[in-house]
Design a protein around this ligand. Structure first.
Ligand SMILES: [Zn+2]
Length: 448
């Protein structure tokens, strides 16, 4: 028998949904009315790509797993995070598509193309002279960024890119010391590198403490959220890092040959959300140079596999007669009004995703019929707006849709990683620490 207040395990979820308490709550909750004068989804045909498609894509895709470990303490866990990046030769994709069905063995091979991988302390794993698992985790997050070298010839670590973004963080909201759980109440702006708190304990402060991921770290229990935040961070830092490497090498004039695909929306969620504005600023800075050199914008796409927007797109893409509402090869650019009325209810005047997104969402039904929820970045001040659905603000929008047509098969709807893996023979895993930039250079410099 359950204790008082304990959840009655024998009661099925369906029966809970039918209880009077749940029904009472629902009677007070807002219900979406299809008949009212809401904004309706409006599929349109995307403009053609302004020039020939990029020859290569770089796809960045992370994952994590939390595993139980034995160290003599109960419930000890370790998070294993990986971020894979893969260079895909689109010409090769065309050639292979004519010849063969997808080879599942090759599929697995790229799945293993991890380029950043690290084991992070979870609950009850305390390293070295740390006093808690949380502090061990904080140090590990710093160490990974500090140690990961993307290319053996350009020895700048990912930390350098992170700290360049940290320099863009507003200084008007000092954060609480990460040792607040030990009674320190100091507030400060986190500095680059390793510094220390000026309380008498003089404990180390890492530049990555500004991410405040440790605030979501649990000393007891599972840490899926914290590990997920680390993975999200690495994926986004790696994208900016690659672009900054190109800048250092003077390659931005060739970057039009590359398209970047990121797993998930172009956003940063949770305590590190401030990074989103910093990434936004940095992308605009880089894109100004790219426009000067190439006359066009960077091509960057985020692709979401799950979530409310994916569900919503599925729901609206069905007419009452059971036919698809979105014809193949049509898109819809989501506006603030549409999102607040139809997807995430809100009365707020604050723009949807203002603090978290560095891009905006669109739906695209590929020519093969797959439904894709993607986002494109804000690369200029004009583009940084989600009130208008005027797609001409985004000169690479047509390119984005054409790339999705090329890369997404209806067999794996909404997917980014299979999109890459399915074409494994055309894919070159970019092993960080090897000559990544040389591989990219070969791709970028190749003469037509
Ligand atoms: Zn302190």
């Amino acid at each position: 028998m359950p204790y008082e207040g304990e959840f009655a395990g024998y009661r099925s979820l369906r029966r809970i949904a039918e209880t009077e308490r749940v029904q009472q709550l629902l009677r007070r909750a807002r219900v979406f009315q299809t008949a009212s004068s809401v904004t309706l989804a409006k599929p349109s045909i995307p403009p053609p790509p302004p020039q020939s498609l990029p020859e290569f894509t770089v796809a960045i895709d992370g994952s994590y797993a939390e595993v139980d470990v034995k160290n003599g303490y109960p419930g000890a866990k370790v998070g294993y995070c990986t971020v894979a990046s893969v260079l895909l030769n689109l010409k090769e994709v065309d050639r292979l598509d004519e010849q063969r069905p997808i080879d599942p063995v090759e599929f697995r091979r790229t799945e293993e193309a991890a380029t950043v991988d690290a084991a992070l302390p979870g609950s009850n794993v305390v390293t070295r002279d740390h006093k808690s698992a949380r502090d061990s985790f904080r140090e590990a997050v710093f160490d990974v960024l500090h140690d990961v070298i993307v290319d053996e010839e350009d020895r700048s670590p990912l930390l350098e890119t992170y700290e360049a973004l940290l320099a863009l963080k507003p200084q008007n909201r000092p954060q609480v010391c990460p040792y607040d759980h030990e009674g320190c109440s100091h507030h400060f702006n986190v500095q680059p590198g390793v510094t220390s708190c000026d309380c008498e304990l003089r404990r180390p402060i890492y530049s990555t403490d500004a991410l405040r991921i440790h605030e979501r770290f649990l000393d007891i229990g599972t840490n899926g959220e914290a590990f997920g935040l680390v993975m999200q961070l690495w994926e986004r830092i790696l994208l900016i890092h690659l672009l900054r490497c190109f800048e250092r090498r003077g390659w931005l004039d060739k970057v039009g040959k590359l398209a970047f695909f990121l797993d998930g929306p172009l956003a940063v969620f949770g305590p590190p959300a401030w990074l989103s504005a910093a990434i936004n600023t940095e992308l605009k800075r880089l894109n100004t140079q790219v426009r000067q050199k190439t006359g066009n914008d960077l091509v960057i796409l985020g692709v979401e596999k799950t979530g409310n927007f994916v569900t919503h797109f599925e729901e609206i893409d069905r007419t009452e007669t059971g036919e698809a509402y979105f014809p193949s090869g049509t898109y819809m650019l989501l506006t603030d009004r549409y999102i607040k009325e139809r997807v995430i209810f809100s009365d707020s005047t604050k723009r949807y995703g203002e603090d978290t997104y560095f891009g905006r969402k669109f739906f695209y039904k590929t020519k093969s019929g797959a439904r894709i929820v993607a986002s494109i970045p804000f690369l200029t001040e004009d583009q940084d707006n989600i009130t208008s659905d005027n797609v001409s603000l985004y000169p690479q929008f047509g390119t984005a849709c054409a790339l999705l047509d090329k890369l997404v098969t209806s067999r794996y709807p909404n997917a980014l990683s299979p999109l890459v893996s399915a074409h494994a023979q055309a894919a070159i895993p970019l092993h960080l620490g090897a000559k990544v930039l040389q591989q990219l250079a070969r791709a970028l410099m190749r003469q037509r």
